[in-house]
Design a protein around this ligand. Structure first.
Ligand code: PAF
Length: 285
């Protein structure tokens, strides 16, 4: 596996691959890789000849008081995992390489994606999606992939990226990958490492709750405000501090109503100091 830190070198290598006729697929990450990320690499392999993964802990998507400084930096282990999964190139730029003019968002050219980036995680993490959209656009321009793969666990992020790809005319196919879960049902996340063994067991309740709500809707319930009230009280009783628990249309994340067919239930909740997100998407008959 090639290990590249500079944008210039990356461009040269990508150009070489494209000149040979290879298609490029891309998995952007912030490292601390788990099985969920590695499944994205496998999917990328199916979609392209040359698989690129990036690891960049992007400062512009973290808010004040969030875990940027403490975010796990596990480059050596990540590199080994990617090599074992036959990734072709790891792009690991420094902050200076990514943002040569600094990371002050009031001075940077920023990509903002209105609509789908508002509310949910965008509501509780102001500026987060501006940081994500900006860094993903920069990475797309650097890597110039034919296909890019993102996990559906970050459902809102995926919607933001699909919209920016379309509206900014990136010639890239965006592929969403199913959520990888532990056997307990807990969605895999780099932040699960912050949880104690006991908390991990507790956290698996999130998926149990999402499944239960999905079944209730499939059985015909559509009083979403009542279902939400019930979910919030269950979460409270299990010691979660809920950020949001919402029923939305999967297509554009607008609030679901009686007519909605393609529905996604999204949640964010704190367990101790750890903020967990999860979702379940389904089509109602
Ligand atoms: O999902 C992530 O890990 C990040 O938000 C991403 C897409 C790599 C952008 O920094």
């Amino acid at each position: 596996m090639l290990f590249i830190e500079s944008v210039e070198k990356l461009r040269t290598l990508i150009r070489e691959q494209k000149n040979k006729g290879a298609s490029v697929s891309f998995v952007p990450t912030m490292g601390n890789l788990h099985e969920g990320h590695l499944q994205l690499i496998d999917i990328a392999r199916k979609h392209g000849d040359f698989v690129v993964c990036s690891i960049f802990i992007n400062p512009t998507q973290f808010g004040e008081g969030e875990d940027f400084d403490n975010y796990p930096r596990t480059l050596k282990g990540d590199q080994e995992k990617l090599e074992a999964r036959q990734c072709d190139l790891l792009f690991y730029p420094s902050v200076k390489e990514m943002y040569p003019t600094g990371t002050d968002k009031s001075k940077l050219s920023i990509v903002r994606v209105p609509g789908v980036s508002e509310g949910l995680c965008g509501g509780s993490r102001p500026g987060h999606f501006d940081g994500v959209s900006t860094v993903v656009s920069k990475l797309f321009n650097m890597v110039q992939p034919d296909v890019a793969v993102f996990g559906e666990k970050d459902f809102q992020q995926l919607a933001v990226i699909r919209k920016l790809t379309k509206e900014l005319n990136f010639p890239i196919e965006i592929v969403g990958a199913p959520i990888a879960r532990e056997s307990s049902g807990l969605a895999m996340s780099s932040r699960n490492g912050y949880l104690s063994t006991e908390q991990k067991k507790q956290a698996s309740f999130l998926y149990t709750l999402l499944q239960k709500m999905k079944e209730r809707i499939e059985q015909g319930e559509c009083e979403f405000s009542l279902l939400q009230k019930e979910a919030l009280s269950e979460l409270e009783s299990k010691e979660f501090k809920t950020d949001y628990f919402e029923f939305r249309n999967s297509e554009d994340l607008s609030p679901a109503n009686e007519q909605s067919k393609d529905i996604v239930i999204l949640l964010a909740a704190f367990l101790g100091k750890t903020r967990l997100i999860d979702n379940i998407a389904f089509t109602r008959k």
